[in-house]
Ligand binder design. Structure first.
Ligand code: GLA
Length: 383
């Protein structure tokens, strides 16, 4: 749990001014992976890990950002912010400030403290959480209150152009629009969304494989490229296919043979994942947990076999979960290639489930996994 009072005091002590404080959550995605940048559907929930941002104005033209996690401070003239993040943690907050200013928000010089408890590199969106917390803080000094959808887009842009990670909109959006005890079905093209309540008797158990994942460059970008390659081939036959979201399994039957085999499988994952995600939201809304669990299992298999974005440890974790009493559904969550699995578990079994999962995974891999029992939480807000 983040300690807001202590954090606020430390900021005041360090910078000599009482700050305004904001918090933004991390997220877990229940289903809908690598569909966001294809304009498709995702169904994440905000979680009770997050990032705090404390801000106070300065009168020396500088932007100073202090990270309590890294015990490190960066300082720049606001008019001379670096042109890219350079692979440093400060790239996330500085990127947001640059993008907000470029978009016309009059963010004045400031001191910012940040502190977060979202596990880093675990696929739980620590990046979006620091971006959105920073954005709310900076916008408060600029006395601006744009719609949450715009904040999400600006934060995504900061990550795309400043940090250099070609992520979609899911993580920033859920940090901006999540709701307590709810998952959110998002149409990533229109940004239309609907909330689906997570019943009280269902627990969210997140299991960290302890295999680190990164989305800047690497496999994430390769997959995105493959999806775009397949989309272009389909578009050459059906020009109304703007994004892979517009394509159907029928299109793949007709023209998939023109694609390299790996590209065909990536596209099949995305197209079927969109169908599964909408069906999962309906199943959750109807209280059909059996169906929801089956869809999560199918989504994991597709992510593993067609999208090839899983890893041995994640498959082991999901397999172990599937053998335990109480499980509703399990799959690898987030960008892939490591990170966490998400498990929906009958609440009365959740405690035993978590401890058995930890033991079974250790017996099979020798790795001490971290298991988090989370709650679907509120969107970013002032505290
Ligand atoms: C990362 C990205 C998201 C999304 C997921 C995969 O979390 O930041 O935009 O693409 O991977 O679903």
């Amino acid at each position: 749990m983040l300690d807001v009072t202590g954090f606020k005091k430390r900021h005041a002590h360090r910078f000599g001014a009482d700050p305004a404080v904001f918090v933004a959550p991390g997220r877990v995605n229940l289903i809908g992976e690598h569909t966001d940048y294809a304009g498709g559907f995702v169904m994440p929930a905000a979680i009770d890990f997050g990032t705090l941002a404390a801000i106070s104005p300065r009168n020396d033209g500088r932007v100073i950002v202090w990270s309590e996690n890294f015990h490190e401070q960066v300082s720049h003239q606001i008019e001379g912010l670096p042109k890219n993040g350079g692979g440093h943690w400060s790239g996330y907050p500085l990127g947001v400030v640059r993008i907000l200013r470029e978009a016309g928000f009059a963010v004045p010089p400031f001191s910012l403290s940040v502190q977060g408890d979202v596990p880093l590199g675990a696929g739980l969106s620590s990046s979006a959480s620091i971006e959105v917390a920073t954005a709310l803080a900076a916008l408060s000094l600029a006395q601006a209150d744009p719609p949450r959808e715009e904040i999400a887009r600006l934060c995504q842009r900061a990550e795309n152009v400043y940090v250099g990670a070609s992520c979609g909109i899911m993580d920033q959006f859920i940090a901006c629009r999540g709701a307590e005890n709810h998952a959110l079905l998002l149409d990533c093209r229109s940004l239309g969304y609907r909330l689906a309540p997570i019943p009280e008797n269902v627990s969210l158990v997140i299991a960290n494989t302890m295999v680190r994942h990164a989305i800047a460059g690497g496999e994430y970008g390769i997959r995105r490229g493959e999806v775009e390659e397949g989309t272009e081939i389909l578009r050459s036959h059906r020009p109304e296919i703007q994004l892979l979201r517009d394509a159907t399994t029928k299109d793949l039957e007709l023209w998939g043979a023109e694609m390299p085999e790996n590209v065909l499988r990536r596209c099949r994952h995305v197209i079927t994942e969109n169908l599964r995600t909408v069906a999962a939201a309906d199943a959750l809304a109807a209280g059909n947990l059996k169906k929801l669990g089956d869809l999560m299992a199918a989504a994991h298999a597709s992510y593993r076999d067609d999208f090839e974005a899983s890893c041995e440890e994640a498959d082991t974790m999901v397999g172990a979960a599937q053998r335990l009493p109480g499980l509703i559904g399990a799959r690898l969550t987030g960008g892939g290639f490591g990170g966490c699995t998400v498990n929906l578990v009958h609440a009365d079994r959740a405690e035993a489930f978590a401890s058995r999962l930890h033991n079974d995974y250790r017996a099979r891999t020798g790795i001490d996994a971290e298991i988090y029992r989370c709650h679907a939480s509120a969107a970013a807000h002032a505290v």
